[in-house]
Design a protein around this ligand. Structure first.
Ligand code: SAM
Length: 259
């Protein structure tokens, strides 16, 4: 599966939207949507922590192009910078021409039940979920337990800010989820920039292999290599890989690009 020009143009347009997202996460999300479709998994997109809808719009674009025409549902308590539901709606109009396919809900994920979310999703379990709300230990754990409960069989969860060492509490919350509260057997299969992507254990190999094949098919998306300077490369540590797919293995509020 190759990333097409429409997605590269979309990434360019997305740079005008306020929020926190690396371009590479859009490309990886496209690859995951393609793999979800190939696995025969169906369902809407859902995100906790929308802000202006930057990643939510990327999820919507990727599902439309590589999976199925989606319903995309966002939940936000709107605690930051005076943003509101209207900001996500404005993003939709700017990028897609209308608010079709968008359902934005104001609310606190910590007091929201899975049945309420399924109702907003027109009765379906979400096939792709992004968790990017409160970053403290207990809320992160609670959001992961809620989303694991919600997830369609064979769906994917993206956990934001994994391995962002300024977010120690978030790392603890995610660890507590995987080690102690994981009754649906959710396991990570890929990691890109600050996002960790996970699925049900029996889908792990399928998704990991799809992502490895996708990396091979899209060499133009790899970090630039300095092959003309081998001596220098040997003398210095290898460049950080931006993407990895595997068994267990990408500041937000200050130093992530705010485009
Ligand atoms: C980092 S921003 C989300 C960024 C967004 N995903 C993007 O693509 O730019 C975090 C958002 O989570 C929301 N939030 C924080 N705690 C929440 C909670 N308990 N329930 C719902 N939303 C919450 C905040 O209001 C804020 O808009």
């Amino acid at each position: 599966m190759q990333i097409g020009p429409l997605t590269k143009a979309f990434v360019h347009d997305l740079s005008a939207i306020e929020g926190w997202l690396y371009d590479d996460n859009v490309y990886v999300t496209a690859a995951i949507m393609d793999a979800i479709g190939n696995a025969g998994v169906r369902g809407p997109n859902f995100e906790i922590g929308v802000y202006c809808g930057k990643y939510l719009a990327a999820m919507h674009h990727c599902a439309s192009l590589y999976h199925e025409t989606p319903l995309t549902v966002g939940l936000d308590a709107y605690l930051f910078h005076g943003k509101s539901e209207q900001d996500a709606r404005n993003t939709w109009v700017r990028l897609f021409g209308s608010t079709d396919g968008l359902h934005i809900q104001r609310g606190n994920s910590l007091t929201t039940s899975s049945s309420e979310i399924i109702e907003w999703c027109s009765g379906a379990r979400p096939a792709f979920i992004s968790i990017d709300g409160d970053h403290a230990v207990q809320p992160v754990l609670s959001d992961h337990v809620l989303c694991a409960e919600l997830l369609a069989r064979g769906g994917v969860i993206a956990s934001d800010d994994f391995c962002n060492w300024r977010m120690i509490g978030l790392m603890e919350g995610i660890a507590r989820f995987f080690l102690m509260n994981n009754r649906h057997r959710i396991v990570p299969f890929a990691f890109c920039m600050h996002k960790l992507y996970s699925c049900h254990a029996d889908f792990h190999d399928r998704y990991m292999n799809a992502l490895i094949a996708w990396c091979d098919a899209n060499p133009d998306l790899a970090p630039p290599s300095d092959s003309s300077n081998c001596a220098k490369r040997r003398a210095s540590p290898p460049p950080a890989r931006r993407f990895s797919a595997g068994r267990a293995s990408s500041s937000k509020y200050r130093d992530r690009p705010c485009r």
